[in-house]
Design a binder for this molecule. Structure first.
Ligand code: SF4
Length: 371
C-alpha cells in the first residue's frame, strides 16, 4: 500500500477542523470489508485528526451472513436434509461457528466440504462428480452475485443437474438505507465500496443522497485512495453539498450494465435476513422461478432454524458500527483469529480480525483507536 502524501492529510485535517467547529466530530462509515482491512493495515486512523472517526459497517460478506444460513449449510453437509451433498464454499465460511459447530467441524465428522475460489469452480466440481450433489454457498454482495449467476447459467447450458446453490447474496444499498433509518449510529458520510460500485456505478447511491443528504463517495483500496475518498466526503460536508461521487477511476457513474443484466436474468430481489440486523426489505437475491431446479433451498429438505447470537459475541454491534471490536469483552482474549468466537474474527475482511491483526498494539498500549 503506497504511503499517502502530506498534502491530502493536511487537507483532511483542515476540513475536519473546520467541520468540528460546528459538530463534535465527523463520523464516516466504510461498508466494505476490503476497506476495513486496508484502513487497519495502513494504520490510517493514526494519520487522521481525532475529530474524524471511521466506523466499520456491514461490509464483510461472511460476517453479515445470518447464523440460520450457516446452520442450514452445516445440516446439509452433515446429511440431515435427506441427502448428503458436497458443500462447496469460499474459505472464510468454513470456520464460522454455528449452533451445531462450523463446517470445518462437520468436515471432521465426515461431511464433504470443499473450498472453492469461484462459483464456476463449484460447477466444475459437480461436473467431475456426477454421482454426488454439489451445493455452492452463494454469499456476498453484488461483487460475487454476477459470478454465481454465470455459474448457474453454465450449469443449465451444460446440463450439470447435480449442481445447486444455497442463495444468500446481499444488496448493499438497502443496508445503507436501513442503517440510516435506524439512526443507532451517527453516519455523516459513506466511504462506498470499490468492487461493488464497479458493478453498480456511483450514480446508484443518488437515492441515498437525496433521501438522507449524506455524501456517498467510492474510493479505491490504496491508502492514498482511501484518504482521497475521505477528503471528498469532508469537502462535500463543508460545502453542504452531499453527492454521489467516485475518486476510484475504475468506477463509472453507470457501472457494469452487463453484470447487472446477468444478475437480473438469474435472480429476483427479495427481503433478506442479515446477521444481527434482522430482515432488511429488498436486500437479498433469490433464484428466479425458471431456475428453481438449481435452488438448493427447494431441492433439499432444509431445517427451519431460528437466528441466534453467538454467546458473548458482539458482532451485531460491530456490524452496526456501534461498537469498536476492541470494546467487545472477548476481543483478543477468548476470541482470536486462531480460536474465533464470531464471524467478524474469522473472516479475512472482518472488522475484529482487522483490528486484531493491525491495531491491537495501539489498543493494548493504552492509546485507543478512534472509530
Ligand atoms: S471480538 Fe470476537 S466475540 Fe467479540 S464481536 Fe468480534 S468476533 Fe464477536
Amino acid at each position: 500500500m503506497a504511503y499517502p502524501g502530506s498534502d491530502i492529510r493536511e487537507r483532511i485535517h483542515r476540513l475536519t477542523e473546520h467541520l468540528a467547529a460546528d459538530r463534535r466530530s465527523v463520523q464516516v462509515m466504510e461498508i466494505c470489508g476490503t476497506h476495513t482491512m486496508a484502513i487497519a493495515r495502513a494504520g490510517l486512523r493514526s494519520l487522521l485528526p481525532e475529530a474524524l472517526r471511521l466506523v466499520s459497517g456491514p461490509g464483510c460478506p461472511v460476517c453479515v451472513t445470518d447464523s440460520s444460513y450457516l446452520d442450514q449449510a452445516v445440516a446439509l453437509a452433515s446429511g440431515a436434509c435427506g441427502a448428503k451433498p458436497i458443500v462447496a464454499t469460499y474459505g472464510d465460511m468454513v470456520r464460522v461457528p454455528g449452533r451445531e459447530g462450523s463446517l470445518a467441524e462437520a468436515r471432521a465428522r465426515g461431511a464433504e466440504v470443499e473450498v472453492v475460489y469461484s462459483a464456476e469452480q463449484a460447477v466444475e466440481l459437480a461436473a467431475a462428480r456426477p454421482d454426488r450433489q454439489v451445493v455452492f454457498l452463494a454469499v456476498g454482495f453484488e461483487t460475487t452475485a454476477p459470478g454465481t449467476a454465470l455459474a448457474i447459467q453454465r450449469a443449465q447450458r451444460e446440463g450439470v443437474r447435480n449442481f445447486s446453490v444455497l442463495a444468500a447474496h446481499k444488496r448493499v444499498l438497502p443496508a445503507m438505507r436501513a442503517l440510516l433509518s435506524a439512526g443507532d449510529v451517527r453516519i455523516d458520510g459513506f466511504l462506498c465500496p470499490g468492487h461493488v460500485s464497479v458493478i453498480l456505478g456511483f450514480a446508484a447511491y443518488e437515492p441515498i443522497v437525496r433521501e438522507f443528504a449524506r455524501p456517498c463517495v467510492v474510493a479505491g483500496f490504496e491508502a492514498g485512495q482511501v484518504l482521497a475518498g475521505l477528503a471528498a466526503i469532508l469537502e462535500q460536508l463543508a460545502q453542504n453539498r452531499p453527492a454521489a461521487a467516485s475518486v476510484y477511476p475504475p468506477v463509472s457513474a453507470d457501472g457494469n450494465a452487463t453484470a447487472r443484466r446477468l444478475m437480473e436474468e438469474v435472480f429476483t430481489v427479495t427481503d433478506a435476513r442479515w446477521r444481527a440486523l434482522g430482515v432488511i426489505p429488498d436486500s437479498g437475491l433469490e433464484l428466479r422461478e425458471a431456475l428453481v431446479e438449481f435452488d438448493a433451498a427447494k431441492r433439499f429438505d432444509l431445517p427451519q432454524v431460528a437466528s441466534y447470537e453467538l454467546p458473548g459475541c458482539r458482532c451485531g454491534d460491530v456490524l452496526r458500527g456501534s461498537l469498536e471490536p476492541a470494546d467487545c469483552p472477548l476481543f483478543a482474549g477468548r476470541c482470536t483469529p486462531r480460536d474465533p468466537v464470531g464471524p467478524c474474527m474469522v473472516s479475512s475482511e472482518g472488522a475484529c480480525a482487522a483490528s486484531y491483526k493491525y491495531e491491537r498494539q495501539a489498543v493494548r498500549g493504552g492509546r485507543r483507536v478512534e472509530r
